[in-house]
Design a protein around this ligand. Sequence first.
Ligand code: ADE
Length: 238
Amino acid sequence: MHIDIISVVPDLLASPFSHSILKRAEDKGIATVRTHNLRDYATGKQKQVDDYAFGGGAGMVMMIEPIARCIESLRKDREYDEIIYMTPDGEKFDQGMANSLSLKKNLLILCGHYKGVDERVREKFITKEISIGDFVLSGGEIAAAVVADAVIRLIPGVLNDETSALTDSFQDDLLAPPVYTRPSEYEGMKVPDVLLSGHEARINEWRFEASVRRTRERRPDLMEKSDSHTEDSESKNN
Ligand code: ADE
């Protein structure tokens, strides 16, 4: 997979992709991420990328011309499966969207800033608009990094067995169960015996039940999404 990210503050995106799992994905050649400074596509001495909103009001609006030049230049090298705009009024990001984006080959992500982009950018270029939650960040960069991270770690070969995404929270509409490591006892707090038993079937059953319990307590909305878990655990309890 290749991800291009367009931003007016590309420095904000330098760090997340040069560490840990995302760096390994890049080193293995599985996923490459490149950031592009929108200002490089601006003209004039000021390299202007934003202007006042027609009709007045506070805040600047990102202009269409530099964005169009940048997207068109990048499109000469690649065909994009999606051109994504990060915005609080987009479709809410979740694990399902991460799964489907992880199957794509080339993604282009545009980060909004100030009051956002001229609406005509959205009409002309954008194929998908994503929000990472009901709150407003100062720009789309951190949101883009969240999406790229969640997507890249799902690409086959990025995670090894120990970090497999199959046991993540949300992967099957359940939260992950509690996890423990050494020591087996800390200040009287003991790791559940079953996890030390070496009995794989019983451990799996404990984990599943702990997942269902945790999901029911913390995120009952997820249980409603797939009521098969409710039935599973209820029939086990009966
Ligand atoms: N830009 C600003 N806030 C955002 C959000 N919540 N999601 C995506 N992009 C954003």
